[in-house]
Design a protein around this ligand. Structure first.
Ligand SMILES: CC(C)(COP(=O)(O)OP(=O)(O)OC[C@H]1O[C@@H](n2cnc3c(N)ncnc32)[C@H](O)[C@@H]1OP(=O)(O)O)[C@@H](O)C(=O)NCCC(=O)NCCS
Length: 166
């Protein structure tokens, strides 16, 4: 048994094939499930789409998700979503994810995502038109404009994919 300067004991372990195994710090094993954040993004985005359309909604696509900062263990995850733009039966929802240190209150922008939902008729389960979106503030207008550009790209990708599959 080795004893470090700190007084914490560490056992020397040897792998029969690899030889002596180097110790690893606790922080090296700390993990955050990005997939879980993606699930939360989908849920909070569906809430905004459902509230706007007062309908059942399905996720048509997630076209942008970017992890800027990691969420550290013990931090509070805050998700905010809003409808950016309504098209016909579909709408783009923007989601921002923040992590908050509960001790200091420091908040970091962790993730941004854009998710497209299609509203479905309750009975036929086919796409149904969505009420128009009223945009008032400059920020809302900017998001509305940018959502238009993203839709162009998204639909171009969709048609490219369809052609490849034909
Ligand atoms: C999304 C879905 C309803 C679209 O059905 P569809 O037969 O392709 O319908 P349409 O071609 O009439 O398109 C309906 C709307 O979806 C939009 N859409 C379809 N595929 C899309 C995509 N990949 N990205 C963005 N929008 C898309 C269309 O632009 C259209 O919107 P608009 O009316 O505002 O112009 C269908 O593909 C579906 O049910 N997909 C599975 C959804 C799912 O299981 N999600 C995961 C779990 S919730």
């Amino acid at each position: 048994m080795k004893r470090k300067k700190s007084g914490i004991a560490t056992s020397a372990v040897t792998d029969p094939l690899k030889g002596p195994l180097k110790g690893k710090t606790v922080s090296a094993s700390r993990s955050v499930l990005g997939g879980h954040v993606m699930h939360l993004v989908d849920v909070v985005a569906a809430m905004a789409a459902g509230r706007h359309s007062n309908s059942y909604v399905v996720t048509a696509s997630v076209d942008y998700i970017d992890f800027r900062n990691a969420v550290n263990l013990g931090e509070i995850v805050i998700l905010m979503s809003q409808v950016n733009r309504v098209f016909n039966t579909s709408m783009e929802v923007g989601v921002k994810v923040y992590s908050e240190n509960p001790l200091t209150g420091e908040r970091k922008h962790t993730t941004t995502a854009y998710v497209t939902f299609v509203a479905l008729d309750e009975f036929s389960k086919t796409p149904k038109v969505v009420p128009p979106l009223i945009v008032k503030r400059a920020e809302e207008k900017r998001r509305w404009r940018e959502a238009g550009a993203r839709r162009k790209y998204r639909l171009a990708m969709r048609s490219k994919k369809r052609k490849r599959e034909e």
